[in-house]
Design a protein around this ligand. Structure first.
Ligand SMILES: C[S@@+](CC[C@H](N)C(=O)[O-])C[C@H]1O[C@@H](n2cnc3c(N)ncnc32)[C@H](O)[C@@H]1O
Length: 273
């Protein structure tokens, strides 16, 4: 299962090179590159960098905070937090190709000293108890059946009172998700929880839920705008298509329908360990 998930995301391999080429095509030089220049490819979740910044506000981060990003992807959210708050972020992700690219991209924007990425599984976090001041996981649990393990490990590695942000795609009331979607081409690697299940999972792991925000309408609008632009101009040069490949337009169309018909919902949780 873990292999299938990593294969789904890994694309053709040498990701950093492909991203560098696409940036040049878009007229951007690697020298002087800003984190915002990478956001259309490295903030790999619905509503991108804007959503990360909104979630980060709930984390009350200081410059000396040690933060964990579970399922860190290409490292966009980790770099956004490190740049905005001066904190240190450790990312862990199942897909080695993403971890390698995340390290390269961090060097390009001069954040290599503030972020670190390692390959690993969210259901078996290789960190000490009480190691982190705060943690987040953004659009990751949709690939993981054993969600109880993600949240129990997150609780274990957080200091008591530490904030844990979960932002994920949930099963909606409108029926089964239409595939392919950015996290799965086959149903065998798509595992969506309902909002009721999420509440139980988080509280059973020992978290106190401080706030819940359903952003489905904003997500629908975000994807509708992307589909409109895709229909007029095709995929932008610096986009998720670099690793999602030729299925990217079909995934975008399906996400619009999944959101319009409430087959999926996007919900974020602010929790206290
Ligand atoms: C949609 S991407 C989101 C990446 C990142 N959080 C972001 O928002 O930009 C999902 C990520 O979850 C990772 N992932 C899936 N299952 C995982 C697991 N069991 N442990 C760690 N990472 C996992 C994938 O490799 C992928 O990078």
């Amino acid at each position: 299962m873990a292999d299938q998930v990593a294969t789904h995301y890994a694309g053709g391999g040498a990701l950093a090179n492909e991203i560098a080429q696409s940036l040049r095509k878009a007229g951007k030089d690697l020298a002087g590159l800003k984190t915002a220049d990478l956001a259309t490819v490295d903030e790999f979740h619905i509503r991108g960098r804007k959503a990360t910044l909104e979630l980060a506000e709930q984390m009350k981060l200081s410059a000396d905070a040690q933060v964990l990003d579970i399922g860190s992807g290409l490292g966009g959210p980790a770099r956004t937090l490190a740049e905005t708050y001066g904190c240190t972020v450790t990312g862990i992700d199942l897909t080695e190709a993403f971890c390698e690219a995340a390290r390269a991209l961090s060097g390009w924007v001069g954040l290599g000293d503030h972020v670190a990425f390692q390959q690993g599984d969210a259901t078996e976090l290789p960190f000490a108890d009480n190691q982190f001041d705060a943690a987040m996981t953004i659009h990751v649990a949709m690939n993981i059946a054993a969600k109880d393990k993600i949240y129990s490990h997150a609780k274990r590695v957080l200091k008591p009172g530490g904030i844990f942000i979960v932002y994920d795609v949930l099963q909606g009331e409108g029926g089964d998700v239409l595939l392919p979607v950015p996290w799965a081409r086959e149903s065998s690697i798509s595992h969506l929880a309902t909002s009721g299940e999420m509440r139980s999972l988080l509280t059973e792991a020992g978290f106190k839920i401080l706030d819940v925000h359903d952003s489905t309408s904003e997500s629908q609008q975000w994807f509708e705008e992307r589909l409109a632009s895709l229909n007029v101009s095709g995929p932008p040069p610096v986009s998720f298509q670099i690793f999602l490949g030729s299925d990217f337009p079909a995934m975008t169309r399906n996400q619009v329908q999944n959101l319009q018909e409430r087959r999926i919902r996007t919900v974020s949780y602010t929790c206290e360990a």
